[in-house]
Design a protein around this ligand. Structure first.
Ligand code: SF4
Length: 428
């Protein structure tokens, strides 16, 4: 080993999958991975630029790393991920290398050129090893598309990750085969617009259906779908394969057609709702989640009321809700009629309050039902309580031995709150 390296991952599942590749590159270069970034010789920050808040957090950590560098002057700091794609004097000053997502392969070159840190590996073994989400041997992410061809006016992704690049289907099928043989229990297909997948004769529905049929013992999920690319064939693949989990993340963003137009989302509320109806008809137990932005430029109180109405009608199982955050370089920056920050925050609070009450009702319906859940890890508060995930992607807490981690268990749901189900194990 030539030194200790740490990876700090921010943002979405795509970044988690990318961090897994970063980990392999670091290990190949001779680094051991540690969770203790304050004591590492090399820290790679895999960043997110989707909202100002995320960037502020990352800048805060860079400030802390500056203080660490005063004690350990050989410390190397690298910035990757979406923030690295935006030219920034600040990052150039704070980091030793900056690699945007489209050039991620450059990391190996950069690592090869770094001088080895002093005191090689003296404290090896003293530091907690890095456990990465993607590294569980039973649950994996598989990116099938990188980048995005849409131009939603609020979003930095087309700038930071570039246009869509689809992985060849043969490679993806071979990788799925390898994961299945290695005992992976759940594979999540990833893409910013995962259902836009197209490579030769292969579209997303065919890929999903083929994978699910070839590996009936593997559970499949997919993230994130764009309503405009949602075809009846995808619904058919979900309905006809019991191992495609009944869970759909379908970003709504706004319930107002005029806001959707200004966001350039390219669908109307009516089109969105007809997809949801079709999915719910074909997969009656499907759990639905979404993303919503409130306070987008020009959003009136009436527009916002349409979003609240949509949430009441659609009754999501969960929702990621944010107030609009202005991102440099995005078209929405140039739109007039900015909603004051205080109003954005106030709308968000109302939205969260409503969704919380809907989620409570939706989750209460799960009580007394039996679910087959994948046990993922020990809960944060009690070593005898495990955190599992239901087919609908809900967190479920149950009392079970740690040996159940990485296995499917049948669980009777006993109670539920807005965010969590609580259950008792009734069998394997
Ligand atoms: S579909 Fe829109 S929101 Fe999603 S990544 Fe592409 S540009 Fe961003």
């Amino acid at each position: 080993m030539i030194g200790r390296a740490s990876i700090l991952t921010y943002g979405c599942q795509m970044n988690e999958a990318d961090s897994s590749d970063i980990a392999v590159a670091l290990r190949d270069a001779g680094y051991s991975l540690t969770a203790s970034w304050e004591a590492a010789d090399l820290v790679v920050m895999n960043t997110c630029a989707i909202r100002e808040k995320a960037e502020d957090r990352i800048k805060g950590t860079l400030g802390q790393l500056r203080a660490v560098r005063a004690r350990r002057p050989w410390l190397v700091v690298g910035v990757m991920g979406c923030m690295a794609a935006q030219s920034s004097e600040y990052l150039e000053q704070e980091a030793d290398f900056v690699i945007p997502p489209v050039q991620a392969a450059r990391l190996r070159e950069v690592l090869a050129g770094l001088p080895p840190p002093p005191g090689l590996g003296e404290e090896a073994g003293d530091l907690p090893p890095l456990q990465m989400e993607q590294e569980t041997d039973f649950k994996r992410y598989l990116p099938i598309i990188r980048g995005c061809n849409y131009r939603c006016t609020f979003c930095v992704v087309p700038n930071t990750r570039g246009p869509e690049a689809n992985e060849p289907a043969e490679l993806l099928l071979a990788e799925t085969e390898r994961m299945s043989e290695a005992g992976v229990l759940e594979i999540t297909l990833l893409g910013q617009t995962v259902n836009a997948y197209q490579h030769g004769d292969w579209d997303f529905a065919r890929l999903l259906d083929t994978m699910a049929r070839r590996h009936p013992h593997v559970a499949f999920r997919f993230l994130t779908s764009h309503p405009r690319d949602f075809t009846p064939q995808v619904i058919e693949a979900m309905a006809s394969n019991a191992n495609v989990m009944p869970y759909l993340h379908l970003p709504l963003q706004s319930g107002s057609d005029s806001v959707l137009r200004r966001m350039k989302r390219l669908y109307t509320m009516a089109q969105y709702e007809s997809i949801v109806s079709a999915v719910r008809d074909a997969v009656p137990d499907v759990a639905l989640s979404t993303d919503v932005i409130c306070g987008f430029p020009g959003e009136t109180e009436e527009d916002f009321q349409l979003t609240l109405d949509a949430m009441r009608r659609l009754r999501y199982d969960s929702a990621f809700m944010f107030y609009y955050s202005e991102r440099p370089g995005t078209p929405a920056v140039k739109l007039g009629e900015k909603v004051p920050i205080a109003a954005r925050k106030e709308r968000l609070a109302r939205l969260i309050e409503l969704q919380k009450s809907i989620q409570l009702e939706v989750n209460q319906r799960e009580v007394d039902r039996e679910q087959r859940c994948l046990v993922e890890r020990v809960s944060k508060r009690d070593p005898e309580i495990m955190l599992a995930r239901t087919p609908g992607n809900k967190s479920l807490l149950l009392r079970a031995p740690q040996a159940t981690i990485g296995s499917w268990q049948r669980v009777q749901v006993q109670r539920a709150d807005s965010f969590t189900l609580y259950g008792e194990r009734v069998g394997a």
